[in-house]
Design a protein around this ligand. Structure first.
Ligand code: NAD
Length: 250
């Protein structure tokens, strides 16, 4: 690796699985020290083992503000500051209009919108000038998906945060960008409320609509996050970077 993040301190929320885990691995390979979060300690322990070095896991739910306070107190005590945030923790479930429950709405918005917002806001005192914040949105921020409207609305909100926060953080020269993965099979797909066969059917049906003719891998997203985290993207600010094989462009 080329050391694009040498000496940087990074946070990856939801860093114990899927895209977050792949990104934490890339960050460490590029020379960063990484804090990862997730809700289950056993999953975090397994991720720490897989990442191997330069990583600390802090258990917590991003939608719980007390958990976030504990996370940033730990980072402050152990490293004193934070150069990169990948606000990645999130997820969704299938629910067509007509079957959307209050619980579904609250859970999705609490994690994907409230949790992401307060992750970034509570991190602000630790961020030096020139820090980079990357928000994990989705192609669902701009395209419609059947029975996925609540999730999609959360991701439109995430994309909007990047546009607005670059103005709020202007004086501090902190960059904020959104990344929008397309179809990337991860453990998160089994949480959608679909059977294994249904997940495979969905993946196959999507692959033929993608200009590159296939779905993506978590590491392909991680490489793009490294770009946004590093100096290579020093003049890139407020964008939505689609990493989707062209799916959202056609
Ligand atoms: P995943 O289920 O493998 O990982 C999600 C991670 O977020 C897990 O570590 C989980 O513990 C964590 N998480 C979820 N809710 C949380 C909460 N309330 N508090 C703390 N941690 C929480 O799924 P993934 O596919 O890697 O998803 C990661 C992000 O990428 C999500 O924001 C998702 O919406 C986004 N995304 C994924 C895809 C895809 O195709 N996989 C596409 C677009 C966007």
């Amino acid at each position: 690796m080329s050391g694009k993040l040498t000496g940087k301190i990074a946070l990856v929320t939801g860093g114990n699985s899927g895209i977050g885990l792949a990104t934490a691995q890339r960050f460490v390979a590029e020379g960063a020290y990484v804090f990862i979060t997730g809700r289950r300690q056993s999953d975090l322990d397994a991720a720490v083992k897989q990442i191997g070095k330069n990583v600390t896991a802090v258990q917590g739910d991003v939608s719980n503000l007390a958990d976030l306070d504990r996370l940033f107190a730990t980072i402050k005590q152990e490293q004193g500051h934070l150069d990169v945030i990948f606000a990645n923790a999130g997820g969704g479930e299938i629910a067509p209009l007509g079957s959307i429950t209050e619980e579904h709405f609250d859970k999705t918005f609490n994690t994907n919108v409230k949790g992401l917002l307060f992750t970034v806001q509570k991190a602000l005192p630790l961020l030096p000038e020139g820090a980079s914040i990357i928000l994990n949105a989705s192609t669902a921020s701009t395209v419609g998906t059947k029975a996925f409207s609540v999730y999609s609305a959360t991701k439109a909100a995430v994309r909007s945060f990047a546009r607005n926060w670059i103005l709020d953080l202007k004086e501090r020269k902190i960059r904020v960008n959104a990344i929008s993965p397309g179809v990337v099979p991860t453990p998160g797909y089994t949480l959608l409320g679909l059977s294994e066969e249904q997940v495979q059917e969905f993946v196959d049906s999507q692959a033929i609509t993608i200009p590159l003719g296939r779905v993506g891998t978590p590491d392909e997203i991680a490489k793009a996050v490294v770009f946004l985290a590093s100096d290579d993207s020093s003049f890139v600010n407020g964008i939505e970077l689609f990493v989707d094989g062209g799916m959202a462009q056609v």
